[in-house]
Design a protein around this ligand. Structure first.
Ligand SMILES: NC(=O)c1ccc[n+]([C@@H]2O[C@H](COP(=O)([O-])OP(=O)(O)OC[C@H]3O[C@@H](n4cnc5c(N)ncnc54)[C@H](O)[C@@H]3O)[C@@H](O)[C@H]2O)c1
Length: 459
C-alpha cells in the first residue's frame, strides 16, 4: 500500500484544545489513535466522549471516534509504549514571566517518549515552540535516541477548530536534512486533506508559525490605529476597511476592535519579540504592535471616562462577552479581563455575562464583579454596556429589552464594531464603536456578504 494511504498508529501527547481536536480528527480520518495526558480528570471525561472545553462539533466527533474503536485515551503513566508511527506532541507552551515560551511541558513529553522502549516513532511537534528550539532538541535531548523529529505547526482557530483541522490554508512540515521518510509519514497523517504542503527545515517551519501570528497581529494593530484616526477625523472605519480589503497586495478584510487576545496569539507575538531581544535583533515594529494592542484593550475605559465626566467610579457597567472571541470558552489573555480589572480598579460596578466562558473567567475576576444569568441581566440598571466578544446572541439580542432595563444615558461601547449603530441609536442608545461614533448603519456585512458577528480573525 502506498505510504500516503497507510492507516497510521498515532499517539497524541497532550489533550488540550489542539491535541483533542487532532486526536478526534485523525481517528475520524481512519488512523488508529491513542490520546495520552497527565490529567486523570481529562482522561475520564474524554473516555466518556465529553470534551473538557467548549468547541463546536467536537463532542459528536469524539463520541463517534471512541465508539468506532479508532480512538482511545490513557493516562500517560499507564502507557508502556512503543508509541507507533507518530508521537504527536501537543503539550502546552505557556509564556514565561519574561515573555519567552515555557517549554517544560514539551520537554517532559519528550523525556517520556525517550524513556519508552524504542520503536520507529517520529516525534511530530504540534506545539508552538520558538524558532531554533526544535533543532536544539534534535541535537540535544534526542541525540542518539533514534527518534526522528519533525516540526508540524498548527494553525487552527478555537471556535472553528474542527473545520480548520480539515481545511487548513497550508500544511507545514519541517524536517531534518534528507529525512524524506519522516516527511512521508507526516504527509500520510494528512491524507485526505486538500491543502498545499510546504516542506522545509525545522527552524523555518517554526518561524512560519510565529511569523504568521506576528503578521496578523501587525495587521490588526495597524487597522486599530487607522480606526483611532478615523474616529478623530470623521472617516468611516467600516468603509476604509472595505476599501483596503479590495487591494490584492494587502490581503483580506481585517476588523478594528478592542485588540487581539487568546491563549496563543499574544503569547506567540511576545515570544517572537523575546527571541529577537535575546538574539540581539531589533524588532521595533513588533514592539509597537504589542503596545498598540495593550492600549487597545483599554479603549472602552478611556471612552467611558470621557463620556462620564472623566471618571468611572460608581458607574454601573455591563460587560457582554468574556471569551477572547466567540464560540469558545477560552479566556486566556482575553481583553475583557484587562478591561474589567481596570474598570473595577477605578471603582466601576461591573456585571458581566458570557454564554460559555463564565466558569473559566470567575477565578480571574475581582470578587466584586457579578456574573449575570443573561445579557439583559448584565445590562440591568447599568448606565453603560460594553460589547467585548461578538457572540451572535449579543449581535442579535433583544436590544429593546436591554434599553428598557438600562438607565440613561444607555451608552453602548461596541468593542467589536459588530452592532447595528443606526438601529441602536434609533432605540435610544448612545453608541460608540472602535473608530465609529456616528450611526454607521448595518456596517458589519462584508461586501456582498451577510451581516455576521462571527468574523473575528483567529490565530
Ligand atoms: N489553542 C489553540 O488554538 C492553538 C492553536 C495553534 C497552536 N497551539 C499551540 O498548541 C500547543 C497546545 O495548545 P493547547 O491550547 O491545546 O494547550 P492546553 O494548555 O489547552 O493543553 C495542553 C495539554 O497538555 C497536557 N500536558 C502537559 N504536559 C504533558 C505531558 N508531559 N504529557 C502529556 N500531556 C501533557 C496538559 O494536561 C493539557 O491537557 C501550544 O504550544 C499552543 O501554543 C494552540
Amino acid at each position: 500500500m502506498p505510504e500516503e494511504q497507510r492507516r497510521l498508529q498515532i499517539t497524541v501527547i497532550g489533550l488540550g484544545r489542539v491535541g483533542t481536536v487532532a486526536a478526534a480528527s485523525l481517528a475520524t480520518a481512519g488512523h488508529c489513535v491513542l490520546g495520552v495526558d497527565i490529567d486523570p480528570d481529562r482522561i475520564a471525561l474524554l473516555r466518556a466522549g465529553r470534551a473538557p472545553f467548549y468547541e463546536p462539533g467536537l463532542p459528536a466527533m469524539l463520541q463517534s471516534a471512541v465508539a468506532g474503536g479508532g480512538l482511545r485515551f490513557e493516562h500517560r503513566d499507564a502507557v508502556a509504549g512503543p508509541l507507533g508511527d507518530i508521537a504527536l506532541i501537543a503539550a502546552g507552551t505557556p509564556p514565561t514571566p519574561g515573555g519567552g515560551a515555557d517549554l517544560s511541558q514539551v520537554r517532559a513529553a519528550l523525556a517520556w517518549l525517550k524513556s519508552l522502549p524504542p520503536g520507529d516513532t517520529v516525534a511530530v511537534m504540534k506545539s508552538t515552540v520558538p524558532p531554533g528550539a526544535g533543532q536544539r532538541i534534535s541535537d540535544g535531548e534526542l541525540r542518539g535516541a533514534g527518534i526522528r523529529y519533525v516540526s508540524n505547526p498548527e494553525f487552527l482557530r478555537e471556535g472553528q477548530a474542527v473545520h480548520d483541522w480539515r481545511h487548513p490554508d497550508r500544511i507545514v512540515i519541517g524536517a531534518g536534512p534528507g529525512d524524506t521518510q519522516s516527511v512521508a509519514v507526516v504527509k500520510a497523517m494528512h491524507a485526505g486533506i486538500a491543502a498545499p504542503c510546504i516542506i522545509t527545515d525545522v527552524t523555518s517551519a517554526e518561524m512560519i508559525k510565529y511569523a504568521s501570528n506576528a503578521y496578523l497581529a501587525t495587521r490588526i494593530s495597524f487597522i486599530n490605529e487607522i480606526a483611532a484616526l478615523c474616529g478623530r477625523v470623521g472617516a468611516s472605519i467600516d468603509a476604509v476597511s472595505d476599501g483596503l480589503a479590495m487591494d490584492a497586495r494587502t490581503g483580506s478584510r481585517i476588523y478594528a476592535g478592542v485588540g487581539y487576545g487568546g491563549s496563543c496569539f499574544p503569547k506567540d507575538v511576545r515570544a517572537l519579540d523575546h527571541l529577537a531581544l535575546t538574539s540581539g535583533v531589533n524588532v521595533d515594529l513588533l514592539r509597537s504592535v504589542i503596545n498598540v494592542n495593550n492600549r487597545q484593550r483599554l479603549l472602552p475605559l478611556y471612552t467611558l471616562r470621557e463620556r462620564f465626566s472623566g471618571a468611572v467610579g460608581g458607574l454601573r457597567v455591563g460587560i457582554l462577552g468574556l471569551a477572547f472571541k466567540p464560540n469558545t470558552d477560552d479566556i486566556r489573555d482575553a481583553p475583557s479581563l484587562d478591561l474589567i480589572r481596570a474598570l473595577t480598579g477605578e471603582g466601576a460596578i461591573v456585571s458581566a455575562y458570557d454564554p460559555r466562558a463564565m466558569p473559566a473567567a470567575r477565578p480571574h475576576l475581582p470578587d466584586s464583579v457579578k456574573l449575570a444569568a443573561t445579557a439583559a441581566a448584565a445590562a440591568s440598571q447599568a448606565r453603560a454596556v460594553v460589547l467585548m466578544t461578538e457572540w451572535e446572541q449579543f449581535v442579535n439580542a433583544d436590544w429593546t429589552d436591554i434599553a428598557r432595563r438600562m438607565r440613561p444615558p444607555r451608552f453602548v461601547y461596541d468593542g467589536r464594531n459588530a452592532l447595528d449603530a443606526a438601529e441602536l441609536t434609533r432605540l435610544g442608545f448612545q453608541y460608540a464603536g472602535v473608530g465609529r461614533s456616528a450611526p454607521a448603519g448595518r456596517a458589519i456585512a462584508p461586501p456582498g456578504g451577510k451581516p455576521s458577528g462571527l468574523r473575528w480573525p483567529g490565530r
